[in-house]
Write a protein of this length. Structure first.
Lengths: 136, 136, 136
């Protein structure tokens, strides 16, 4: 019994030390913020190759994930999105925003997943799945 | 003893799974951010009916909670504040801001509570009361 | 055994209640955000004298930590930085930003520490060291 207990204690302690860092990037502002965030995420992946990143978008934050979206330099975002998705980054788009802005789901990048509410997803990832928060 | 121990372990594990999600919305920018946040909070409550939301404001973030405040469409915020308070949302205003900007407490919406420091409250809710963070 | 177990349980419970609040202030915008953040941090320290604050900067967020930096009122930031460092605040600067913007390390305030990646540091402090998050 004592041994089981100590094993569990050690397991609990090492969970914090060894656990993968999981980060939600919260994007709600628009194209300039998205362009910055893509640079941030690339740096983040280079600095911590085991990090799990989920990008949750709502409001104008979804714009870079719509077909034909271009960054402030006039280049399409599709290449960045494909590259980051290939490195394990997930993208989520708020369905409330699609409805309010009357944007068809067909216009959302195939790499992105549609969730009922962007803000509820940002909170859920932190409260239920151990994610930490970055507002780029 | 073993049974008590297992019961406690199960209780600890289920705390995370079943606990209410608690979210602090951090507002420090001004009227446009407040108008966006109100829409976000309404969507959040619709998506997760058990969520607990506390809005902590300081600096220009307090403006929408002052008497006569109007949103960018020229409508008073008082209706939104009353509606959200009725759905369990709490509003907190930084007393440092009131002092620095020489705003009388009489001008603060009756639904809002005055706290000594907005930033200390945002940190305390996360560190001591299990809240997660959203910057709208 | 039972006594050890209860002692550990009480210790675990009181850790949350008594632990020092640790806060990462995330700065990525530039001089106006830095000026606001300095006021916020001063208020925070006055409201909670035991709080531990680490300021992590990247992108334009590093500007106030470079030699000769002045706030929007034309006063040098060096006095604020020295004062806050004297009160225990730590400042960290993103090395990716220094490289990308071709800023020499010699220009960084001596109170600041250079870290490989600002965003990875913001995430690490939250995930591994129990910090909570504020975006000023």
């Amino acid at each position: 019994m004592k041994r089981i207990f100590l094993t569990l204690l050690i397991a609990a302690a090492s969970t914090v030390a060894w656990a993968q860092v999981k980060v939600v990037y919260h994007l709600s502002e628009g194209i300039p913020q998205a362009a910055r965030a893509i640079g941030n995420i690339r740096n983040h992946l280079n600095a911590d190759q085991s990090v799990k990143i989920v990008v949750v978008t709502h409001g104008p934050g979804i714009d870079f994930l719509l077909d034909g979206a271009k960054n402030p330099k006039g280049q399409p975002f599709s290449g960045d999105i494909g590259e980051l998705a290939g490195r394990g980054v997930e993208f989520r788009v708020c369905n409330n925003t699609l409805i309010t802005r009357e944007v068809s789901k067909d216009r959302v990048a195939m790499e992105a997943q549609i969730v009922p509410s962007g803000v509820a997803e940002v909170a859920r990832l932190q409260a239920k799945e151990g994610f930490v928060y970055i507002h780029p």
